[in-house]
Design a protein. Sequence first.
Length: 282
Amino acid sequence: MLLSVKSVCKNFGQVSAVKSITFDVDNSAMIGIIGRSGAGKSTFLRMINRLVDASSGRILFKGQNVLSLRGAEMRRWQANCAMIFQQFNLVPRMDVVSNVLHGTLNQRSTLSTAFNLFPRADIQRAISLLERLGIEEQATKRVEALSGGQQQRVAIARALMQDPEMVLADEPIASLDPMNAQLVMDALRRIHDEDGRTVICNLHTLDTARRYCDRVIGMSHGEVVFDGPPDQLTTAVAREIYGADESFSEHSTSTEIREHAEHESVSQVQPKTPAQPVTTVN
Ligand SMILES: Nc1ncnc2c1ncn2[C@@H]1O[C@H](COP(=O)(O)OP(=O)(O)OP(=O)(O)O)[C@@H](O)[C@H]1O
Ligand SMILES: [Mg+2]
């Protein structure tokens, strides 16, 4: 068993954000979590990554309860289930390569961090990850000069720098236009298909979950109300997940990702001053 979530709950004072979630992931998978605003999707992902402490329950990864990890062990786990956020959480004024290299931060000494010293092998790895994600031409630019879709792919590269077994993405495309949304979802699908990493992705639209995920978990009021393959996600089930009445239409949750992405527009914005250079050590 890869991941086993057992009766996990989270209360914020009087609010039950997550009420006893249980499910298993046997093998590497790409899983989408859907549900209306406030259903508990972010709280749940953040509990896996230990950004939020669960009130009760257990989360076992390969048999080990990750909710009881402390200190260095907990940080190792956090690197092993790298998170990607809607707002990218990059350092905007820093260049792209340095942002990606920050994925190795918890493996480096304070001194090398202070002087921005990175091993040459790490820099080469960062650049090959950027190549893989189709954004190597942006490597020396400041992050703030990139489009949202490019920034999210930088965040994916930073996550991959940690070589995680799982990638947790909290609404990774909610701030992106349809073309960039497609590029980012394609990238997440590839890191599952090609690397065998498990991807768990909170999504705000049904059609994206249907199109990209092998398994969809529907949450409502902190509970799992659907867990199955996308083809079982009928309109009636979707209505239950979203708590909508007869007027519910799929279209209202749709971003309508286009069939064919157009050529990616490369931002021409130049940084006012050169980005901070990366220094190598051997
Ligand atoms: N830090 C917090 N303190 C208090 N209440 C919180 C906190 N974080 C979340 N909640 C509450 O927990 C519930 C679940 O929130 P959560 O952010 O997990 O939902 P979500 O499904 O991710 O929603 P959205 O689609 O809007 O991102 C909500 O009622 C929310 O108000
Ligand atoms: Mg959320």
